[in-house]
Write a protein that binds this ligand. Structure first.
Ligand code: SUG
Length: 445
């Protein structure tokens, strides 16, 4: 049976803004309080989705979350009408208001971890939403993420859904941002690589000193158990704590894999040689292309600034691999020179395509953050909610929808505007009808 890797990109929500919420994420901190453009952000995302669809890829659309999150603000003690809740939060706890308005679910690499049916004991595709405990604004996401995943991948003959892990730093889980899968063919059993930042129960082990490690080894192990992965096809590796301290808050900021390619910076991991040997041994007899970038080719600082590794490596229908990179890579002379040279080398990567995803980049989200990868065979793909798959007509419908509902600009002061809440709800209500995903939002229940 044919197999595919689908990319499900998060639609940017109507409250996209720059609030500086993510300690350890350099872009988020340095662009705090800039004026954002929700409309441009959503359109940039849609253009990338459409371009991948046009390249012959299976491209899906993942709905955003309901924001402002009035439910959470009420849970935290703000009361009255919705307008009162917003106004009180604005005056008494502005940081809470911005956290409850973040459009951070756009980065669907953090929506969850997905194990394809080729890897799992029961032969189903398994999903576990990420609990994202390390950042308050992101910890608001997993319930609705679970609802949306279940509505897109509804058929329990093919898809198995788990509850997100316990909401505690010991089980901090950031989803696919710290998970890579290598395989010969998407439909066959592959090697799942779980990258963690620290050990939850052993303070004597290496850990970053300045910025938080968001993913624990224990969380990764729990996901592997839940998904029924076999030990001889799973590799756990620790992120180098020094690079977390330099702004590599997720492993997908410093390495990315696809099929038989692992593209990584030499400083990405701890004990790299042993890790690569284990990957090769578990991969089997076919060779893995380990593409190492040395510090004197591209510094860690440039990786963090340009998101060289937060690129998507996709396999086109003709078998060639293409890198989907942000314009920041094009604009940085040493990174551009590196990529120009890479495609002349003897690796499966033959082409680089550059995209303007600047609205997302300013919050530390590159092309790879914006997508959740789901490898599926034909029968599984046929069971996916078809209304969430990109097409000429869905692109045109969603572009019209964004232009109708989204603001051109948004600043912190706008977040308390009750009209923004009404606009967002009207937009999302209409979206659930376009994508036919049912009443996934609390305001609809
Ligand atoms: O979790 N930024 C996100 C970026 C996530 C990137 N995802 C991956 N690397 N896969 C984060 O730090 C910033 C929001 C703000 O500051 O307004 C934010 O949440």
């Amino acid at each position: 049976m044919k197999s595919f890797e689908a990319n499900f990109d998060g639609l940017v929500g109507p409250t996209h803004n720059y609030a500086g919420l993510s300690e350890g994420n350099v872009a988020s901190k340095s662009n705090a309080n800039d004026m954002s453009s929700p409309k441009s952000a959503a359109l940039q995302g849609l253009q990338k989705m459409k371009a991948l669809h046009d390249l012959g890829m299976v491209q899906g659309v993942f709905a955003p979350q309901e924001r402002p999150d009035i439910f959470s603000l009420r849970r935290l003690g703000f009361s009255g009408t919705d307008a009162n809740v917003l106004e009180k939060a604005y005056k008494q706890a502005p940081s809470l208001l911005s956290a409850c308005c973040s459009a951070s679910s756009m980065w669907t690499a953090n929506a969850g971890t997905v194990s394809p049916s080729g890897d799992t004991l029961d032969g189903k595709v398994h999903f576990t939403p990420a609990n994202l405990t390390n950042k308050f604004h992101r910890s608001l996401e997993p319930d609705t993420t679970g609802n949306i995943l279940k509505s897109v991948f509804a058929d329990d003959k093919y898809f198995a859904h788990h509850l997100h892990l316990n909401d505690n730093d010991h089980f901090g889980d950031e989803g696919a941002a710290n998970h890579t899968r290598l395989c010969s063919n998407y439909g066959e059993q592959g090697v799942e690589i779980f990258t963690f930042g620290k050990y939850a129960f052993n303070a004597n082990m290496p850990a970053p000193k300045k910025f938080p490690a968001r993913q624990t080894l224990e969380a990764s192990r729990a996901i592997a158990r839940l998904h029924g992965l076999s030990d001889d096809k799973v590799v756990y590796v620790q992120q180098n704590p020094d690079v977390i301290d330099q702004g590599v808050f997720h492993n997908d900021v410093i390495s990315v894999g696809n099929q038989n390619v692992l593209f990584y910076h030499e400083q990405a991991f701890l004990n790299t040689d042993a890790f690569l040997a284990e990957v090769q041994q578990k991969f089997g007899s076919d060779d893995v292309h380990f593409i190492k970038v040395a510090t004197d080719q591209v510094s860690v600082d440039d990786c963090v600034k340009t998101y060289l590794f937060n690129t998507q490596i996709i396999t086109l229908p003709n078998g060639d691999m293409t890198i989907i990179a942000p314009m920041h890579c094009y604009d940085n002379p040493s990174v551009k020179a590196y990529l120009d040279d890479l495609i002349t080398q003897n690796t499966p990567i033959k082409q680089v395509k550059y995209f303007d995803v600047n609205e997302s980049m300013k919050n530390g989200g590159g092309p790879a953050c914006l997508r959740l990868r789901i490898a599926m065979n034909e029968a599984e793909l046929n069971a996916v909610n078809p209304n969430c798959l990109m097409s000429e007509s869905l692109y045109s419908t969603l572009t019209t929808w964004v232009n109708k509902h989204y603001r051109d600009t948004l600043s912190f002061d706008d977040l308390r505007d009750p009209q923004l809440l009404l606009e967002s709800r009207a937009a999302l209500d209409e979206l659930t009808q376009i994508l036919k995903i049912g009443s996934v939002y609390r305001f609809q229940q």
